[in-house]
Ligand binder design. Sequence first.
Ligand code: XMP
Ligand code: MG
Length: 180
Amino acid sequence: MSARQVTLHDKSFSVYFPSEDIRLAVQKVAGEIERDLNGETPLFIGVLNGVVPFAADLLREMQVDCEITFVKLSSYSGTKSTGQVSVDLGLNEKIAGRTIVVLEDIIDTGLTVEKILNLLEGENPKTVKVASLLYKPDAFKGNYKVDYVGKEIPNEFVVGYGLDYDGLGRNLKDIYKIVE
Ligand code: XMP
Ligand code: MG
């Protein structure tokens, strides 16, 4: 059993999605991606650091051949988006002609993924889709479609299962939301 409530730094969080709900959401996303593949071998591009648990579980739900690589971008400081996205680790893979699925733990303003989509644009991929475990539609300002969503959530700060509050909380098995 995991704790119903946790404290990270100066803030308290209560369970929002237990691990079993997360597992079902990951299976749903994997199934939808597979359904759309038409025999292609996708290259997943995961956004570090938060995507690690989601990417690891999603990959193991995929029944077809697939590849994965990672990029690292940052936009968050504490519990707020700074509005600026910096690329800390870029792409080395050959993208031309590939079926790409960008993987995120959470899409909030959408700026991080927009930056990746802009980087990919010049590399002539065959198709680019976006998959995110969590999606905050009320915060989203992007100019693109989020093709696969595990769960839509209101505009609240969440941690666990890869998501952090200033570095802590990524190891939690459940997803928690902030107690205001
Ligand atoms: P944007 O706004 O670019 O944000 O879509 C994407 C990145 O911001 C982080 N993020 C969060 N991290 N709880 C977190 O722990 C949240 O509620 C949250 N909202 C956004 C995350 O790193 C994501 O990749
Ligand atoms: Mg992230």
